[in-house]
Design a binder for this molecule. Structure first.
Ligand SMILES: [Zn+2]
Length: 91
């Protein structure tokens, strides 16, 4: 009987394997930093926020005012792109 318990304990303890998550977390933060872009049109840094909805089509855009933009890639933000599209359609 005691042998059975020992076997049971060995099986259950083997299942609990600690996962190494410190490396993954660091990679995610670096990736998030790289997605931030700078819009020269409205002088805002912006980035798409996929985590909020988990759907690309419904992604939110986060805006950062007074964000250090010296290393950020220049790209027009979706708000300015939409405004320009609307303006060109009317005129
Ligand atoms: Zn903009």
């Amino acid at each position: 009987m005691s042998r059975m318990i020992q076997e049971f304990l060995e099986k259950t303890t083997n299942k609990v394997i600690p996962k190494k998550q410190s490396k993954q977390k660091a990679g995610l933060s670096n990736k998030a930093d790289r997605t931030i872009k700078y819009c020269e049109n409205c002088s805002y840094c912006w980035e798409p926020e996929y985590n909020a909805t988990r759907q690309k089509s419904k992604c939110m855009i986060l805006y950062y005012k007074d964000f250090p933009n010296y290393k950020k890639p220049r790209e027009e933000c979706p708000k300015c792109v939409n405004l320009r599209k609307r303006n060109t359609k009317i005129s």
